[in-house]
Structures are given as C-alpha cells and as structure tokens.
Ligand binder design. Structure first.
Ligand SMILES: *[C@@H]1O[C@H](CO)[C@@H](O)[C@H](O)[C@H]1NC(C)=O
Ligand SMILES: *[C@@H]1O[C@H](CO)[C@@H](O)[C@H](O)[C@H]1NC(C)=O
Ligand SMILES: *[C@@H]1O[C@H](CO)[C@@H](O)[C@H](O)[C@H]1NC(C)=O
Length: 510
C-alpha cells in the first residue's frame, strides 16, 4: 500500500505531462492564479473550503500539498483522509476540522517554473479550563499568602478574569484579568467563593469556582471591657467570638473556670457569648475572662465587672458667668450611692495647653469635710514627678488644686449630680478640671479633662446692691476659707472698692 500511493502519483503526473508535451504551448497563455493566498480561521468541527482557481489552466497539473505530503494531483485525490474532498473546481474541502488540521496548504501548478499559492488554516478552539488550584477547594492559614490559578487553553489564548461571589476582590476591584490571583496575608474577610472566567471570543465562556477557606485561631472582641453594676442587679458580660466552626467558649473568674449555676448563666447565640450574673453580690465584682479555642490556637479576652461609679461627665457651660467664680457641675452614673467627690483644677498657661503635671490619683485619701489645700501642694504633687525638679521656676498658680466634696445625700442611684462653686479664680483665664467619684466599691477612673473659662466682665457688677448684699458677704467668707490664698491682697482692695460704692450709693439716696 505504501509503495502503491507514490506509484499512482507518479503515474498520474507522467500521464498528464505526457499529454502536455503533446499540446502546443502558447507562452502568452501561461496559467495564472485567480485565487490568492489567504488565512482561514475555522471553528473546531466546522468545514473549510480552500479555493484554487486558475486562469488558462491549460494542460498543467494542479497539486495540493501540505508540507511535503501531496493531498491531490490533478483530478485525483491522494489523501486517504475521508474528511478531505477535492471539488471539481479544484478547491480542497476539509470537514470536521480539528487542531491537527492547522497549518499551511499549498496549491501548485506544475509549469516548468512551478507557481503556487499558500492558504493558512487556523483552528479556533473555544476556551477550556483544564485545572484550578486544589480542584477548587483551598484551605489556608490566616496570615499566609495564597495563589489561586485557573489554567485555560483555547485558540486564541483565552483571557482569565477573576471575580468574587457577592463581594469585591481583596484589592477592592470588581474583576481582575490575570491567570493567577495572588492574595497576601489572608484573613477571615478574604474567605469565600472566587470565580474565574476564561474567554477568547470563540464559543461560550467557561467558568470555575474556587472556595477559599481561611483557618484562624478564634478572634474575640468584647462588647464592653468594663461592666458597671450594683449589688442585686443583673450583669451581662459579652464576648463576640469569630472562628472556624463555632469554637467552644469557656468563662473564667480570675483563674477558676465557671460552671453554669442558678445565678450564673452562660448563653451562646451565634458568635455572641454572654455570661449573665443574675443577682450581683459583692464577691462577684472582679476580673472575668472568656476563652475560645480551636485547632489553630487559643484566644482570651478579659472583662471587668465593677461596682465603682462610671467616669464623671461635666455639664456646666465652658464659659462661666463671673470673673472670679465658676460653678462647675457634673453628673455620674453609679448603681451605689456616691459618698464623695474629688475635684482637681488648675489654671492653664496663657498660651498653649500643657500637660506638664498630671494629678496623682488620690484613692487612698478621703475626707468627710471639704478641705482647701494649696500651701503644701508642691510637696504632695511633686513626688514621683521627676520633671518637676528640672523646672524649678514655676508659676504656682498653674499647679493642681484639689477639693474633697461630700456627695449630696439621699440621691437616687443611677444618675447622680453635683455642683461646686470654685472661688478665687482670675478673670478671663482658662482652667482645667477633673473629677473622680467614690462609692463604697471605690473611686471611679479619672474623668476626661474639662476646660472652662472665667469671664472678663462680671455680669453682676451692673447691680451694685446685689454685690454689697450678697457677694460682699460671700467674699468675706472666702477670705477666711482662702486664708492661705495668695489673693488676699486682691480681696482687700475689693472690699475697699465695695465700701466706696456703698458710700456712693448712700449719697445717691440723699
Ligand atoms: C484580668 O485577667 C487577665 C487574665 O487572667 C489578665 O491578663 C488581666 O490583666 C486581668 N485584668 C485586670 C484588670 O486585673
Ligand atoms: C451651680 O449649677 C448647678 C447646676 O447647674 C445649680 O443647680 C446650682 O444652683 C448652681 N449653684 C450656684 C451657687 O449658682
Ligand atoms: C501640709 O503640711 C502639713 C504640715 O507641714 C501637713 O500636716 C499636712 O498633712 C500637709 N498637707 C498635705 C495635703 O500634704
């Protein structure tokens, strides 16, 4: 058979050329191609027809070749492939083309100097995704990097586009075109379904999904790190726990694990884990910890249950009504009655607000009576404040002063309020104040720093009688209570001024 084929071709050629020699050839009527070389892009499994139209074919033999293989010669089809047909107009038809048919096809005229045209056949192949990373199920530890890959083939080479189901990509984009999607330092927010789509304009696009699973130790956030409560009340301590497959959560009081009892309940609803203390008693105040663990680690967070007051909130206006006095007021939430307050204040330097000295917590100090301290401040506050000694020249008026105040008795528990008139201030100056409150469980943490200002003009100076009858007496009292105050001189001059005013008033009445 192998020998037979070339033999046939040879015989055919011999026969045709023998005919040619017999015919007189007119050089003016040389054959020429009407068809020109072309590129054919054919979809897989379609049919392609390669033309080879010749003017003045004369007696010459037309041959189709692919590489060195002869497909047809004259009217004889040589190719044994049943999909190949030689049409009567010498066009070559190939049915059900496949990738193996891609390449150059030459149509040649057997003149003395052979002439030829070359058709190129490209087979268009729709996209196909051959492999995806880990067959579409990727598990990765938190903090690691991960490469998600979709290997796609087809002709032309397909584009691979990534998107994420019901979410944007970690980079913030809706879609990204790349064969490999790299995610750096993954965390639980990157977990989910990723989709790759391969397309090349031929046939249908194809898609695949990859499920990205991020493994991480439990993550806990506490709803409130400090829970304020009172005796006999209910307290709820809440930990929000995120983790693989709902980690188990245990509660500890200091180092001791807690069991559910009638008075202490542990509830879990989704990621929310609550320790409910039905009726808080004195011994329940303290440090509680929720602990969650899974195969990747153990996480804990602490919650403080306290009976102390919450930090104080100021509610007086930031600008006072008077030059020398300021009525500072505040409120505080406490579920036990407040016993006393500690008020700290100081003048702020004229220009910027500095925080050169912090008031020391005075939890150990307490007094039932309001005491004005001022003289030996330097001694009591400079202790432990090394910076003080490096600045020996200091305006003493800028130092913190403190007042211990008994609370107004028999206020209802819950929100409790208080006010105090700070006297002997300087006009048009800025002051800073802080307050702590104490109930039977201890002192509240420090309030935020509150800044207030005294006025430049005293509203009450317009009414002289008012000054005489009320303020004068108050001022005389304040001379006594501020005996240590450096402003004694100032007060004396004020009294002289008031006496003078009175005389003036007296004359007015006459
Ligand atoms: C509470 O307990 C935890 C763990 O035992 C500890 O790390 C934390 O410092 C404690 N907090 C307080 C305020 O004692
Ligand atoms: C100070 O302010 C409080 C609250 O605004 C008020 O109840 C109190 O009467 C004021 N005190 C004086 C002496 O004006
Ligand atoms: C002020 O000094 C006196 C005696 O020097 C002392 O008894 C008193 O406790 C001091 N006060 C403060 C607040 O340090």
């Amino acid at each position: 058979m192998r020998l037979y084929l070339p033999l046939v071709i040879f015989a055919t050629l011999l026969k045709d050329s023998w005919q040619a020699t017999k015919i007189k050839i007119d050089p003016a009527h040389q054959p020429s191609f009407i068809s020109s070389s072309q590129v054919f892009k054919v979809k897989d499994q379609d049919t392609v027809v390669l033309p080879c139209e010749v003017a003045n074919p004369g007696p010459y033999v037309l041959v189709w070749k692919r590489g060195i293989a002869v497909l047809s010669a004259g009217k004889t089809l040589v190719s044994p492939d049943p999909r190949v047909i030689l049409n009567t107009d010498y066009s070559l038809e190939i049915k059900e083309v496949g990738p193996q048919d891609a390449g150059d096809y030459v149509c040649q005229i057997g003149t003395l100097e052979p002439k030829e045209i070359t058709h190129t056949v490209e087979i268009l192949v729709p996209p196909r995704i051959s492999t995806v990373t880990s067959n579409g199920r990727v598990e990765v530890k938190k903090g690691a990097s991960v490469r998600l890959e979709c290997k796609a083939s087809g002709n032309p080479v397909p584009k691979v586009t990534w998107s994420r189901k019901n979410n944007i990509l970690p980079g913030g984009e809706q879609t990204v075109t790349t064969p490999t999607l790299v995610l750096d330092k993954v965390d639980r927010h990157q977990a989910g379904i990723y989709q790759c789509v391969a397309s090349n304009g031929v046939g249908e696009d194809v898609k695949q999904q990859i499920f990205l699973h991020v493994l991480y130790p439990p993550e806990i956030s506490v709803e409130r790190p400090v829970v304020y409560s009172g005796e006999g009340m209910e307290a709820q301590l809440v930990c929000i726990v995120h983790g693989e497959s709902q980690p188990e959560v245990l509660w500890y009081r200091d180092t001791m694990q807690l069991d559910t009892t009638e008075l202490k309940l542990m509830e879990s609803r989704g990621s929310r884990h609550t320790l409910v203390i039905r009726k808080v008693n004195k011994q329940d105040f303290g440090n509680y910890t929720c602990v969650a663990d899974n195969q990747l680690g153990k996480t804990r967070k602490s919650i403080q249950l306290t009976g102390k007051p919450r930090p104080v909130k100021f509610n007086s206006p930031t600008t006072g009504k008077s030059r020398e006095n300021y009525n500072i007021s505040w409120e505080v939430e406490s579920l036990s009655p407040i016993e006393e307050y500690k008020l700290l204040y100081r003048k702020l330097p004229d220009s910027a607000v500095t925080s050169d000295s912090q008031p020391q917590p005075l939890h150990h100090q307490s007094s039932k009576k309001p005491i004005q301290r001022g003289e030996n401040k330097t001694a009591s506050y400079s202790i432990g404040l090394g910076t003080y000694y490096s600045r020996p020249i200091k305006d003493r008026r800028l130092e913190w002063r403190d007042v211990i105040l008994p609370a107004i008795p028999a206020q209802p528990v819950g929100m409790q309020s208080m006010s105090y008139v700070i006297r002997g201030l300087e006009p048009a100056q800025q002051y800073e104040a802080r307050v702590q409150a104490r109930n039977k469980f201890g002192w509240s943490s420090d309030s935020v720093s509150f800044t207030f200002k005294t006025t430049d003009t005293d509203e009450s100076t317009t009414d002289t009688r008012h000054i005489f009858t009320e303020n004068a007496i108050e001022d005389v009292q304040s001379v006594r209570s501020y005996r240590n105050n450096a402003s004694t001189q100032l007060i004396f001059s004020k009294i002289i001024y008031l006496v003078f005013n009175t005389i003036l008033l007296f004359f007015c009445f006459i």
